[in-house]
Design a protein around this ligand. Structure first.
Ligand SMILES: Cc1cc2nc3c(=O)[nH]c(=O)nc-3n(C[C@H](O)[C@H](O)[C@H](O)COP(=O)(O)OP(=O)(O)OC[C@H]3O[C@@H](n4cnc5c(N)ncnc54)[C@H](O)[C@@H]3O)c2cc1C
Length: 382
């Protein structure tokens, strides 16, 4: 038997759940989420480190964050779930004058956009983090509007509210093929039957390219493993402790359940779907982390986490349809900031489906076909 969905969302992570809720809130009927795993959030969302920041260098990303932060602040009232958004601030510490100059320029632009970013001396940075090693720092930036939130709670809030509004969320249902008629997607097959569809939203995170290929669309998104480690609780960590990023090494950390979550990106990590924790990598993270915060040298590691970033050529999201298949909407390539942009991005995707181009946030910078023209400039990628 063939069933019908006005909108079929492939992927039950934070993006799929946000799109589903926002579609239902706009009154779009017959919205169906297809998630192949037994639970929602089994993909990147379940590995997310929880960082939320206004400190992006591009206007589009600043606006995406600003709208999303407003949504996090209203989240409990609107969805009945506490997402623990804490404005701990993000502290970027800078080890050379070249990076400092870039961050100073970014800060000017961010302030012009209303983002309360401060330029700090190393001594001022140490006032925020007393145990910070500032010996080799030239400066820092801090934005008290940044912080951390709970990705699981955000996903749960959107998914539960979407269900209350009539969205069907199907777990253990894998989309296996997509059919087109002319330039339109018209149906999809799953391991549990066929569906006629009005629109498809690709919210498959690191698997976005595979879903695109089913519709003959090449989506330039690659899965790349990213890892972090969580320590046992330590009583010297102050509260609040900002999300600290050592820009020279890419090592970042924030307080997590009384301990520290410490990670960094490996620029040499090749694309691939592997999600094994590489315990050798812990040595590098520990070296960089304890150089910046020497007390970390005594930390005991509780667990390692490895997940997949979904990386686009310019490390920014791809939101919208390709010109060749206008009813196949991508919400992909968030490259490490999909959790914090899920509210605004999900709303914009829902508006695209329901209202066409008139979205409440400009999506020009995220256009599917931008790579043929120019890449979106964003320096602050972690
Ligand atoms: C280690 C790590 C740390 C991160 N830290 C941050 C952070 O601090 N802040 C931040 O904003 N972001 C962070 N991110 C990024 C963020 O987690 C992602 O951008 C976000 O979760 C992407 O959500 P998604 O819903 O698009 O993808 P996912 O959560 O991966 O969901 C996609 C879903 O699609 C499903 N799927 C795939 N193929 C099919 C199919 N054929 N049929 C049905 N279902 C299918 C998958 O099972 C999966 O559940 C981090 C990511 C990682 C890996």
């Amino acid at each position: 038997m063939t069933r019908t969905a006005d909108v079929a969302i492939v992927g039950g992570g934070i993006i799929g759940a946000s799109v589903a809720y926002h579609l239902a809130a706009l009154g779009v009927p017959r919205v169906v989420v297809f998630e192949r795993e037994e639970i929602l959030g089994a993909g990147s969302t379940g590995k997310c480190a929880g960082g939320v920041r206004l400190q992006f260098s591009s206007e589009a990303n600043v606006e995406m964050s600003r709208q999303s932060i407003l949504a996090f602040e209203r989240f409990e009232d609107e969805h009945g779930v506490v997402v623990d958004f804490k404005r701990t601030g993000y502290l970027f510490v800078l080890g050379n004058l070249e990076d400092y100059a870039v961050f100073r320029n970014n800060a000017e632009r961010q302030r012009a956009l209303g983002v309360p970013v401060e330029l700090l001396t190393p001594a001022q940075a140490q006032e925020l983090v007393p145990m910070l090693n500032t010996d080799d720092l030239v400066g820092a930036t801090f934005c008290g509007g940044d912080g951390i939130a709970n990705p699981h709670a955000i996903l749960e809030g959107y998914a539960k509210h979407a269900k209350r509004l009539g969205v069907q969320i199907l777990k253990s249902v894998e989309v296996t093929s997509i059919d087109l008629a002319g330039d339109s997607v018209v149906a999809l097959d799953t391991n549990q039957g066929r569906w006629q569809v009005g629109h498809v939203v690709n919210a498959a995170g690191p698997w976005a390219r595979q879903i695109g290929a089913m519709a003959g669309i090449d989506i330039p998104v690659e899965p790349v493993r990213r890892q972090y480690f969580v320590t046992k609780p330590m009583d010297w960590i102050p509260d609040p402790f900002p999300l600290l990023i050592d820009w020279s090494t890419g090592c970042y950390m924030h307080k997590e359940s009384g301990g520290m979550l410490v990670g960094e990106s490996d620029p040499d990590e090749p694309p691939g779907f592997g999600q094994q924790v590489d315990w050798d990598f812990l040595g590098r993270v520990a070296e960089h982390g304890s150089h910046r915060v020497p007390l970390l040298a005594e930390a005991e590691v509780l667990r390692g986490v490895a997940g997949l970033y979904e990386v686009s050529p310019d490390h920014n999201a791809i939101i919208g349809a390709p010109a060749t298949v206008p009813n196949f909407i991508c919400a992909n390539g968030f490259s490490g900031h999909g959790m914090q942009h899920a509210p605004a991005a999900g709303k914009a995707v829902a508006e695209l489906v329901a209202q066409g181009e008139s979205t409440s946030i400009s999506l020009d910078a995220y256009a599917f076909d931008r790579f043929a023209r120019e890449q979106m400039p964003e320096f602050n990628v972690i």
